[in-house]
Design a protein around this ligand. Sequence first.
Ligand SMILES: N[C@@H](CCC(=O)N[C@@H](CS)C(=O)NCC(=O)O)C(=O)O
Length: 217
Amino acid sequence: MAPAPGEDMAEYQLHCMKESGNSYKVALMLQLARCDWQPVWVDYFNGATRRDEFRQEFNELGEVPVLVHGEKKLTQSGAILTYLADHLGKFGGRDSDEKLEVLRWILFDNHKFTSYYATLRFLFGLQKTGETPVTEFLRARALAAFGLVEKHLADQDFLVGNRLTIADLSLVGYLYYDEPTGIDRRQFPHIRAWADRIAAQPGWKHPHDLMPGNPAG
Ligand SMILES: N[C@@H](CCC(=O)N[C@@H](CS)C(=O)NCC(=O)O)C(=O)O
């Protein structure tokens, strides 16, 4: 919930909900960087992001996450993570080559890793559509993307530069949720070890412990 007028506001407000791995990417960044931030719950499942007021006030694209930082309203988790890495001087690339490498992984994540996997989880795990040609297609695409990341992580602890960056925070966004997807993640031991490595970072929290769900339960 947004703070009432006059109530103390944190430096950053993250419009989000606990089911959203895209929001979690930003929540985890704020958490690991020990920022002064607060979540603001968005009633996504009752269509809040589709309403004109949300689109006019927060995001013309009709999506969470939205990060409010003073006068700035930022959207797209990859853009927000890049802004925070630059602003905070944390978890970004150390030079222009690393920055490009981080961007490359974030683009891959948004196009092929999160996008297929999160849509599969939404349909199969949350909406419980059962198996359909769409879920089969998404699973095949997600498995291909997982395979590429598994190979990359076979001989390195993190995606870029052997240290935690916003590329890791972006790709790992959906990997702590338990809803069924029909993908057995035990097939991907390097991805599992990498997600555990991120979960071992000081201050790490599960998405459900960082962001609110429906207060009505
Ligand atoms: N590429 C975007 C994806 C954001 C996104 O898809 N957000 C979902 C929730 S996880 C959403 O708000 N969807 C609303 C809709 O599609 O109507 C990002 O990384 O921020």
